[in-house]
Design a protein around this ligand. Structure first.
Ligand code: AMP
Ligand code: MG
Length: 478
């Protein structure tokens, strides 16, 4: 059986939406990591040489390689973009009929490369592999990673680095920016085709609705509200929530300078390029809303031919985002507190805990896990009093819904990870990998992909960083 069962619907869309382009072969492809579990889930066939295939040196049977066109607001500024260093090999259809994009990231230049070399470095590609697989294990919608292949070629950034290609698997790569591209190019036919395509892939029920474009907007808002709420629940900071990095599928995409925060502080920013903290942890819900307004703008001509009516309908739709998000956020944090019923005082209860964490500089993951395990709060003994009010209120609240503390704690252990990919551990693993030793990466990968059920050997990965281990900034490495 061929490695992939390709049926690439995107290649049948109007040509304005993409460019056909071959991956550029590399000198010496070598598999650094291959995701056997994902290959099995996807029902992939055998390949004589996965490294050659996933480096782009050999084209798999049935591939229709292309680079997608898209636009995007980058830190608020609109730009026409496109896959500058990624090539979609095709859409693989699993034996049970699910469709996934198979994309090579770092596969060489495309018509959208602008001044870039089309390449990627080993460190950032292993980083995306690790964090996307950790997110999946946390139960958070995300693109997946099938493999990282070292190219045997250098890439020149601030330093000369070893090159790599990541195989990204996604339920699609359709972005808010894909619609912005079609809208900005003024090609009504392409915009309509992209809408029909996206509805067929991600919101088939929207087709039955009176206004399918509005129904797609609603579905995307619901998915993004749920997604960002899940990020907030694990302290994930995406870092580059540009509209080209927000999917219609509701999957997390583009793991550039993303990071998980250790000590709880809504103002946390890691990305070295986010100088004004636009994408700080606590800003993510508002940014998601802003991005969805950009999606609504792009969809306007498809919502109604009368611009006034289209704007009124779109405004009414996007105005619901804060309330959708609030409900999703409360759902996430209620589960984190082991609560089952919804009560009006729940927001205040969660805020009591978050405030105590912020005021004491508590580690977010360790704090929730301590509550789940009935352990001491992971702060200095002198600071534990800050949690007393919350803890008493929580015990009352659990009893109030007819529950018991042990049962709540049991539920909490399935809702609060013991292990997240902590920045200092990620950096240590990547530094070793860049020096040729993949063992620390493999150990960390194993730990972060069983986040709720740590084994004794995982304990080094549970601990927050010591002061000198703390990572101050992350880099996107493009
Ligand atoms: P990102 O910041 O990864 O979301 O990328 C933003 C845009 O820059 C996308 O259009 C990428 O394809 C493009 N890009 C990033 N790195 C490179 C590169 N090395 N060569 C060409 N294009 C790139
Ligand atoms: Mg991107």
């Amino acid at each position: 059986m061929a490695p992939f069962q390709f049926d690439t619907s995107y290649a049948r869309l109007p040509e304005a939406l993409f460019a056909r382009v071959m991956p550029t072969p590399v000198r010496a492809p070598r598999l650094l990591v291959f995701n056997h579990g994902l290959a099995a889930e996807l029902g992939l066939g055998e390949a004589a040489d996965w490294a050659a295939l996933l480096a782009g040196n050999v084209l798999p049977e049935g591939a229709t390689p292309l680079a997608q066109a898209y636009a995007g607001h980058q830190f608020g500024h609109f730009t026409m973009l496109g896959d500058g260093r990624a090539v979609l090999l095709g859409e693989h259809v699993t034996p049970d009929g699910r469709r996934f994009d198979i994309q090579l990231k770092g596969a060489g230049q495309t018509p959208f490369s602008r001044l870039g070399d089309g390449r990627a470095a080993v460190g950032p590609m292993l980083r995306e592999y690790l964090i996307s697989e950790a997110m999946h294990a946390l139960g958070i919608p995300t693109t997946r990673s099938l493999a990282v292949v070292a190219t045997g070629e250098p890439v020149v950034r601030e330093a000369v680095l070893p090159g790599a290609v990541l195989t990204r698997v996604a339920s699609s790569h359709i972005r808010v920016g894909s619609f912005q591209f079609a809208a900005a190019s003024g090609d009504r036919e392409a915009l309509q085709a992209l809408l029909d395509h996206t509805i067929a892939r991600h919101a088939p029920a929207a087709e039955e609705r009176e206004r399918p474009a509005l129904a797609l907007l609603d579905a995307t808002m619901a998915r993004q509200a749920a997604l960002v709420a899940r990020w907030m629940g694990v302290g994930f900071i995406h870092g580059v929530m540009n509209t080209d990095n927000m999917t219609l599928s509701g999957e997390t995409i583009d793991y550039g300078p993303c990071a998980f925060m250790d000590t709880f502080d809504p103002a946390t920013v890691f990305s070295s390029i986010d100088r004004h903290g636009r994408y700080a942890y606590g800003n993510q819900p508002q940014i998601a809303h802003w991005n969805l307004v950009r999606l609504a703008e792009a969809l306007l001509p498809l919502i109604d031919p009368d611009p006034k009516l289209a704007i009124a309908l779109a405004n009414a739709a996007v105005a619901r985002f804060p309330e959708l998000f609030e409900a999703a956020w409360l759902g996430v944090f209620r589960a984190k507190l082991g609560l089952v019923a919804a009560r009006p005082e729940d927001r205040a209860l969660v805020e009591m805990l978050l405030t105590a964490m912020r005021d004491t500089g508590a580690d977010m993951t360790a704090s929730f896990r301590a509550l789940a395990e009935g352990a001491e709060w992971p702060v200095e003994a002198a600071d534990r009093g800050a949690f007393a009010g919350f803890e008493a209120a929580w015990v009352r609240r659990v009893a109030d819904e007819g529950g018991t503390v042990p049962a709540a704690r049991q539920r909490m252990q399935a809702a609060n990870p013991a292990i997240i990919p902590r920045n200092h551990r990620v950096e240590q693993a990547l530094a070793a990998a860049e020096a040729g030793d993949m063992a620390p990466f493999r150990r960390l990968l194993a730990a972060v992909t069983r986040p709720f059920a740590p084994t004794p050997e995982d304990s080094p990965f549970r601990a927050p960083p010591l002061p000198h281990e703390r990572v101050q900034a992350t880099f996107c490495g493009t």
